[in-house]
Design a protein around this ligand. Structure first.
Ligand code: 9MR
Length: 457
């Protein structure tokens, strides 16, 4: 039979792409077989243990030896920042970042991307920009860099350090902030579009103490993003500690409260100035705080040896200048080995993108789902795309066989399980031809098999 274009249009197209399968099925090791490296010890509870890496040190065999042996996640300390990756506008440069990425990948390590948009370490051409030219340049940067590394990044620090220090709890003034308060969510949407498989994080410092205004400001932003369906998956706590900024007594509370918003939390740049047993006990506390929070998915220290640190004089890391393990190292390793795999729930997270469509034609629409699934819960983000005509309203039907919706945004649903009809809300019913809008919901149980289909209404 010869298929006419009309009959082709009626054939359902179902494409399922597993864009990322993160984590592994965990088998509790017997207590006697304590792991002997940080990465292996963290993996026992489904977590990672990473470090910042500087491309300029990859020729140092002591450094590389410790890196290869101990860590299973890598962050480029400076090489993926805006000044490094786009030194001239529209001319991208990935040489040093690629050196780090290749080193990590050939050793089977994963990569945290740091950072797509930041007020600091901007290239000169960007520092002097403002308004829509800067907004567009920032979004283009996010899109280009996240696209270049698509599929290779576990989590991106999409936006870094955008909140003010002190008591305001508000945004930091910067050229990016002056392009409009929505610059952060615009960056997250661009990053999601460019690399749907990467977790998207907001990353900041001095956000460790739950009582601080800055912590509260970031919390409110993440809460707002989740309620409006802005694509955010994780919050990074840099956790640079010293005598002026000690590990707060409520650190675990902070991690847990953010996790309760439905995001992963990660300790992204840990270093603690000091020495001996007091430093070791601070490292122990931070490690155990992460282990106690199911959605604390891993810890990264900001360098390998004390001499590699941006705060070298404070000897804040786990290895001394000769590469020997410090007391702090042993306390972290022991804490990681003490984690009971049975009490942690971050075992498997799978992000799946499924598209089901009948070629919509004029007036029609398609729907696709990006599913972030972990043990016991999920977040589904559904993209509604207009066909060759604009939509003035839409309805999406999903099937939730083994889960229950606990919250939704940017659509109203007819129920919480089984067949659910989702209708646009007042602000997102109009979708121009070929354009998209998103809504989402979170739930308990499994979000598998949602199989969304869209009709114009
Ligand atoms: O460790 C980084 C150092 O080599 C750079 O000179 C510095 C420049 O801003 O950035 C350091 O890393 C920072 C990270 O990117 C963001 N959080 C604070 C870190 C320490 O300053």
């Amino acid at each position: 039979m010869r298929l006419t274009s009309k009959s082709v249009a009626l054939i359902p197209i179902i494409a399922t792409v597993v864009t990322a399968a993160i984590g592994a099925t965990l088998i509790a090791p017997p207590a006697a077989s304590a792991a002997t490296t940080l990465g292996a010890a963290a993996q026992q509870s489904g977590r990672y243990f990473g470090t910042a890496v500087a491309a300029g040190r990859l020729g140092d065999s002591t450094y590389v030896g410790i890196l290869n042996r101990e860590f299973d996640m890598v962050t480029a300390e400076n090489e993926m920042k805006m000044d490094a990756t786009e030194p001239q506008q529209g001319r991208f440069s990935y040489g040093n970042a690629d050196r780090i990425v290749n080193q990590a990948r050939t050793q089977g390590k994963r990569i945290r991307g740091h950072a797509l948009a930041w007020h600091s370490q901007q290239p000169g051409w960007m520092q002097s920009m403002s308004g829509s030219a800067l907004r567009n340049a920032m979004l283009n940067h996010v899109t280009q860099v996240a696209t270049y590394y698509r599929g290779k990044i576990y989590a991106w620090d999409v936006v870094n350090e955008a909140f003010a220090d002190g008591s305001s709890g508000g945004r930091r003034d910067s050229n990016l902030q002056r392009t409009g308060n929505d610059w952060i969510e615009a960056a997250f949407r661009a990053a999601r579009a460019a690399d749907p498989g990467a977790k998207l994080c907001y990353n900041d410092y001095n956000t460790d103490d739950w009582s601080h205004a800055k912590t509260q400001g970031v919390y409110r932003m993440v809460q707002d993003f989740k309620s409006r369906g802005v694509p955010i998956d994780c919050v990074g706590f840099q956790s640079h500690f010293n005598a002026q900024s000690p590990v707060p007594s409520n650190y675990q509370t902070t991690l847990q409260n953010f996790a309760n918003l439905g995001v992963d939390v990660q300790i992204t740049e840990l270093d603690i100035e000091g020495s001996g047993s007091s430093q070791a006990s601070n490292y122990d506390r931070v490690t155990r705080a992460c282990l106690a929070v199911a959605r604390c998915t891993g810890i990264t220290v900001w360098g390998i040896r004390d001499t590699d640190s941006w705060r070298a004089s404070g000897t804040p890391l786990l290895f001394d200048g000769n590469g020997n393990k410090k007391a702090a190292y042993t306390s972290v390793l022991n804490a990681l080995n003490s984690a009971d795999p049975g009490t942690t729930t971050t075992t498997t997270t799978t992000t799946t993108t499924t598209t089901t469509s009948n070629d919509p034609g004029p007036g029609g629409c398609t729907a696709s789902v990006s599913l972030n699934q972990w043990n016991g819960g999920f977040v589904a983000t559904i993209k509604v795309t207009a066909g060759s005509s604009a939509l003035s309203g839409w309805r999406v039907t999903t099937t939730l066989s083994n889960g229950t919706v606990t919250g939704s945004w940017s659509a109203s649903g007819s129920g919480t399980s089984g067949t659910i009809n989702w209708s646009n809300v007042d602000y997102n019913g109009n979708v121009p031809a070929g354009q998209s809008t998103e809504f989402g919901f979170q739930g308990s149980g499994s979000g598998a098999g949602l199989n969304p289909s869209c009709t114009a209404s």
